[in-house]
Design a binder for this molecule. Structure first.
Ligand code: ADP
Length: 755
């Protein structure tokens, strides 16, 4: 055979093979409405008049009317309509339509047009008309689909089972932890206390594992929703640092924080999930690093005026991950390098959850890692910008959170007498509070004039005078004392207090006649050291070796501290020494907001910049005292403006300052003095109550004790509807007794009240 003959033979064989699956093969001349038949099955042959080969449209219509069953007939008739063919084939060379037959066991078939030739204007001239049997294919698809459905249902059942199980497991764990908490509170026996501490530690690990499983199964079951809302990025950062820094330091790791000050502060996104992702990476970094450092960096890139990409990076100098293992770290329950990591607790779920959450937020985790050198995990998140505000310098946060140095008094001097002069009552109260346990007798005066009277009546051992006061400032007060003939305190050491400590302050105050100076907010230890320095030795009853029995002071646990918006609680604690005093300061700060804000506003209205300056200075120092750092910074800006007479700036920025200030009425509402005695309580509005009850149900379902306590605190500060109060007593008593079973029983009634 010649080459050509060979090719022709092979072509015929192929066409033969192909034609065995085709029921019909026609070439159609659309314009002339004629056809050439290559092949058709016998039951098709009977429907066509081959003698004519004309009226093609009519003939095909006739074939399809008979071939297709009732359901698929209309669509297939549309499909073979020559009139619309041109349009449908304008941008492609083939189109198909499936239909089910009436004969031959109702097999499924697919009709197809293929363009063979077009006219110059692109319209279709000749087409190939094919009908092929797709029954086997269809059956296979159906089988696969069914299988996929079964497997999906099985997997869903598994996830739901896991979710339910972990939910169920949390009940007894929480009961154990709750009861254990009672033991911790009530036992006086050291050994028992230690056992209970161990139960608590192990319980918390168990709880975190169960929570991981719950999150993972939620992701699997597609129940983990992304709920975006407006949030404050700096709050997330502060919270994360507060959580991770102590853990890093416990392992002697350096914790480096690198936050771009210019990142927009108010963003729109799912803050809870973002925090969860970062926390996971930070926890891993600390977990898998034995020495060196862990770095937490946040930067951003501008997309346009409305959007940025947040860039989050967590790196460590830890054990790193093998190249071969890199893919595996995202597999749920897979932990790599098991031999090396066997002493490190983990479920192998964290990164898989992070990856899923990031995917839902249209991002993904990037990893750079070197075995035995360290790793870097990073991701980018597109977020909407809500205001012009920037996160600013958060340094004071991580500098003040180094460790909560528990304040313990170093000296007792019950016979010593001190005078504190300050125009801000809160500052005086803090001094009194700080010195309470030293038993020193403390007098206070709220103005220079008042101080002049006091120094004539009593001999003090040290006098502390605030610099910036209205009418007579600290330096003038000291000067006036010197010239007062009845003054019993001419040789008493005097200490200047200032919130504006700058370089050279000390020299300035010494020159003005002071013995020493102390920057505000007052550091408890520094205050005591200073007192020790200037107090006559015979008045001091014990020294720092601790000969004196120290009164027990409140143990501060990071977890027990409230999370208050705009307040750096650690900073406040450092200033007040213990949480009791800080709470007292919150109260005073809260209860004077209206009055102080009004004063500021009226000085401004009167253009009395001198007094405005003093008031805004006082606000700077009291807000610093309680840890309201941003507010304090704002007040400081305005104080500077007042100093340099920038009235326009003051007028422009005071409203913003006051509105920030007013917000603390809400933030600190739990600390108001007024909340005792219901006659002063505000009536709760119905919607807020419902909202809180919804949260309460959620808290009960999640076994989230902290949440329940917060809700309880919130509700306690309101006057509740009469018909609710006895039910609320039941809720309260269950919360107090950590009785989740009891709370669960209350859910139906709670639900009724929400409707
Ligand atoms: P686990 O609960 O085991 O920590 P993860 O899903 O968070 O689970 O992490 C999966 C695995 O990835 C870990 O078991 C560990 O081997 C590895 N890994 C994660 N983070 C780090 C890191 N920072 N350094 C080294 N290995 C890491």
């Amino acid at each position: 055979m010649t080459n050509e003959e060979l090719i022709e033979k092979s072509l015929h064989e192929r066409i033969d093979a192909i034609s065995s699956i085709y029921l019909v093969m026609f070439e159609i001349d659309i314009i002339n409405d004629t056809f050439t038949e290559f092949k058709s099955k016998s039951y098709v042959n009977n429907l066509i008049d081959f003698s004519k080969k004309t009226n093609c449209q009519e003939q095909i219509n006739n074939v399809m009317k008979n071939l297709a069953n009732d359901e698929t007939r209309p669509a297939i008739l549309d499909f073979i309509n020559f009139k619309t063919l041109n349009e449908r084939l304008a941008h492609k060379n083939t189109i198909t339509e499936e239909f089910q037959g009436t004969v031959n066991k109702k097999i499924w078939a697919r009709a197809r047009f293929i363009v063979i030739d077009r006219l110059e204007d692109g319209s279709v001239n000749h087409v190939l008309w094919l009908v092929e049997s797709i029954d086997a294919e269809k059956k296979e698809n159906e089988r696969l689909q069914k299988e996929a459905e079964i497997s999906k249902a099985t997997s869903k059942a598994k996830s739901t089972f896991l979710a339910n199980m972990s939910h169920e497991i949390r009940t007894p764990i929480n009961a154990i932890l709750g009861m254990n908490e009672m033991i911790l509170r009530e036992t006086n026996i050291n050994q028992i206390y230690e056992y209970a501490e161990n139960i608590k530690a192990a319980g918390k690990v168990l709880l975190s594992i169960v929570n991981d499983i719950l999150d993972f199964s939620k992701v699997e079951a597609g129940k983990m929703e992304i709920l975006p809302q407006q949030y404050d990025l700096s709050a997330i950062i502060v919270e994360l640092i507060n959580m991770i820094k102590p853990r890093a330091e416990e392992k002697n790791l350096e914790f480096i924080v690198d936050i771009n000050k210019n990142i927009p502060r108010e963003l729109y996104g799912d803050n809870i999930r973002i925090k969860q992702c970062i926390l996971n990476l930070l926890t891993n970094a600390v977990k898998y690093t034995q020495k060196g450092h862990v770095t937490f960096a946040i930067n951003f890139e501008t997309i346009d005026q409305e959007y940025i990409n947040l860039i989050i990076k967590v790196s460590d100098t830890g054990i790193g991950i093998n190249k071969e293992d890199l893919q595996k770290i995202f597999y749920p329950f897979d932990r790599v390098d098991e031999e090396r990591n066997k002493t490190i607790e983990g479920t192998g779920l964290g990164l898989s959850i992070v990856q899923s959450l990031l995917k839902q937020m249209e991002s993904k985790l990037e990893i750079k890692t070197e075995y035995n050198v360290g790793s870097e995990f990073s991701f980018k998140l597109k977020q909407k910008i809500m205001t012009d505000e920037k996160v600013g310098d958060l340094k004071h946060v991580y500098e003040s959170t180094v460790k909560i140095e528990k304040y313990k008094e170093l000296l007792h001097a019950p016979d010593a007498k001190l005078l504190f002069v300050d125009d801000t009552q809160m500052n005086l109260d803090v001094c009194v509070g700080l010195l309470k346990k030293t038993q020193i007798q403390v007098d206070t005066a709220t103005s220079g004039m008042a101080a002049l009277q006091k120094v004539c009546n009593k001999k003090y051992d040290i006098i502390f005078i605030d610099h910036r006061m209205p009418q007579m400032d600290g330096i003038e007060t000291l000067e006036a004392m010197k010239h007062l003939p009845e003054n019993l305190n001419n040789d008493t050491p005097s200490v200047a207090l200032t919130a504006n400590a700058i370089q050279g302050s000390r020299e300035m105050y010494l020159k003005s006649g002071f013995t020493d100076y102390l920057p505000k907010p007052i550091n408890p230890a520094k205050l005591e050291n200073l007192i020790r320095k200037y107090l006559p030795a015979d008045l001091i009853k014990a020294n720092s070796e601790g000969e004196v029995e120290q009164s027990p002071s409140e143990e501060i646990d990071d977890k027990d501290l409230p999370n208050l918006e705009g307040i750096d609680i650690h900073f406040g604690l450092n200033n007040c020494g213990d949480f009791g005093l800080l709470k007292q300061m919150f109260c005073q700060f809260h209860d004077t907001i209206d009055q102080k804000a009004e004063e500021l506003q009226s000085y401004l209205n009167e253009n009395n910049i001198q007094d405005y300056k003093i008031k805004v200075h006082a606000l700077k120092s009291t807000s610093r005292l309680i840890g309201a750092v941003h507010l304090s910074e704002k007040a400081e800006l305005l104080e500077h403006a007042a100093e340099s007479g920038k009235i326009d700036f003051i007028k422009e920025n005071t409203p913003e300052l006051l509105s920030q200030y007013q917000k603390f009425k809400e933030i600190l509402r739990d600390y108001t003095e007024k909340k005792e005695g219901s006659e002063n309580k505000e009536k709760i509005d119905n919607n807020s109550l419902k909202e809180k009850l919804k949260e309460l149900i959620q808290g009960i379902e999640d076994y989230d004790y902290d949440k329940l306590e917060n809700i309880q605190k919130f509700l306690n500060s309101y006057e509740l509807p009469l018909d609710f109060s006895s039910f609320y007593d039941r809720i309260n008593s269950c919360i107090y007794n950590v009785d989740f079973d009891g709370l669960n029983l209350l859910i139906p009634e709670l639900q009724k009240r929400i409707q």
